[in-house]
Design a protein around this ligand. Structure first.
Ligand code: AMP
Ligand code: ZN
Length: 464
């Protein structure tokens, strides 16, 4: 497989450290709020990458963190501590917030057919390991203590910026422009490994450490969790492009300084989903979540289909028109598939050409839209239906689009529109706690022989 490596800034042949096996680390959510559909675009891309590697015959072990403490890298951080902010907003404890939004994130993943990684570990469950790493960094001169905090000393590295195109001068200007300084730092790019003193002193979660009662910086958790569960040599590390700097840059700095050798070979980053105003946000404008799309009558799988239609390294702009187009295209595709009859014999020889075409698309820097084109080519081909169904089943192992699942997409569009409108009306009634109205809408549909069900995939219906 060929994949773009942010580290070398080119498309490269993927060769894992151990033949046939892949270790993969993906940065997980900060569980202070619902994930927006931009975050979920990144998780969809990572899911498809993992499924592709499995499909190509690799045995993949994937690890992900849950950031439930300290989304802070130094006191000069522009942001607030996100977990604290979430807890204050909802008048709950940080742990309650973390549990609630971890569950919400899991539900979103189920709705989008994003496979749950083999190992998912909370930042707060690995404090002992961060302490081990930081202790070594202090003893080998890569870290220093100042003002009660432990900092990583970036001047000890010759190639601190190797993952990014940042220049140190630009960074200093950037910092001067916007952010207050952290006077404890020896170098502007230094970052905190362990806090005991911070402007965010109302932290709820703190632990004993050799440097005092405190809490870890943000970057150390991904290095720690990755090395703890995947060892000293990592094949693939993923995230969204915003993670390249400073998060992944700092992960490399501290992990390689701890290990004394190169850590991860392939850094793979997904581009952002933007809304029409630009950057997607959880606080400004419409907060685009999967539940919001569902409340408007959209099946989450249509959003997955929309994401797969574009390349993971291209910015994707969200609009309801684009989602509507994806929905129509998906329904058309499903209609064609549900017209196939499962009879005849699978012609393995004849179908191979499509199998190869599908693999080649994915092997070429994860070209998912090319893979979907192959799916259309299969439907248009003169293969018999059994062979087509066989291939669609294979392809869906990677695409995760429920292509062979029976649903109601064959309805005539007028009736479908009517039912969808009713579902939206009912969801809004439920949101407004108007359960009488919600029940009345359900009964009205029932009288017409339409049964609606609230499932993990959203509200679905069945005509009896
Ligand atoms: P966070 O919960 O903020 O740590 O982000 C979770 C993941 O979403 C990270 O991998 C980010 O790089 C990614 N991400 C953040 N914003 C976007 C966006 N607008 N589009 C795609 N991915 C994003
Ligand atoms: Zn991370």
């Amino acid at each position: 497989m060929k994949i773009y490596n942010t580290l070398t800034k080119q498309i490269e042949e993927f060769i894992p450290n151990e033949e046939g096996k892949v270790s993969m680390y993906t940065c997980g959510p900060t569980v202070y709020h619902f994930a927006h559909i931009g975050n979920l675009r990144t998780y969809i891309f990572e899911d498809v990458l993992e499924r592709t590697l499995n499909y190509l015959g690799y045995e993949v072990t994937r690890v992900m963190n849950i950031t439930d403490v300290g989304h802070l890298s130094s006191d000069s951080d522009t942001g607030e501590d996100k977990m604290l902010k979430g807890a204050k907003r909802e008048k709950k404890t940080v742990l309650e917030i973390a549990d609630f939004y971890t569950e919400a994130f899991k539900k979103d993943c189920v709705k989008l057919n994003i496979n749950w990684p083999n190992i998912v570990s909370k930042a707060t469950d690995n404090i002992d390991y961060y302490i081990k790493i930081i202790s070594k960094l202090l003893s080998n001169g890569k870290a220093y203590i100042a003002g009660g905090n432990v900092y990583f000393d970036t001047s000890t590295l010759e190639d601190y910026y190797k993952l990014t195109n940042h220049k140190e001068d630009e960074l200093v200007v950037g910092v001067r422009d916007g952010v207050e300084h952290d006077n404890n730092k020896r170098n502007q790019a230094d970052f905190v490994l362990w806090f005991t003193k911070s402007k965010f002193d109302d932290q709820e979660l703190k632990w004993d450490s050799p440097w005092g009662y405190g809490y870890p910086g943000w970057h150390i958790e991904c290095s720690g969790i990755s090395m703890r569960y995947l060892g000293e040599y990592l094949d693939i590390h993923c995230g969204g492009v915003d993670n390249i700097f400073p998060h992944h840059t700092n992960e490399i700095a501290q992990s390689e300084s701890f290990l004394g050798h190169k850590w991860c070979n392939y850094w793979v980053h997904g581009e952002h989903l933007n809304d029409q105003s630009g950057k997607m946000s959880k606080s400004n404008g419409e907060f685009l979540t999967i539940s919001l799309l569902e409340s408007k009558g959209y099946n989450p799988i249509w959003y997955r289909f929309m994401c797969l239609g574009s390349h993971y390294r291209k910015v994707l702009v969200f609009s309801y028109d684009a989602l509507e187009n994806a929905k129509q295209a998906y329904i058309k595709l499903k209609n064609k598939i549900s017209n196939l009859k499962d009879n005849g014999e699978v012609d393995l020889e004849k179908l191979e050409v499509y199998s190869i075409e599908f693999k080649e698309a994915l092997e070429s820097d994860l070209n998912t839209s090319g893979a979907i084109t192959t799916l259309h080519n299969v439907l248009k081909s003169d293969l018999n239906d059994a062979s087509k169904i066989y291939l669609i089943n294979e392809f869906d192992k990677v695409l995760g689009l429920n292509l062979l699942e029976n649903d109601n997409n064959k309805l005539d569009s007028g009736l479908e529109q009517y039912i969808n409108d009713k579902i939206i009306e009912r969801n809004l009634a439920k949101q407004n706690r108007d359960y009488l109205l919600a029940d009345a809408i359900r009964d009205e549909l029932k009288e017409k022989g339409i049964i609606i069900k609230d499932t993990r995939e959203g509200t679905t219906f069945e005509i009896i």
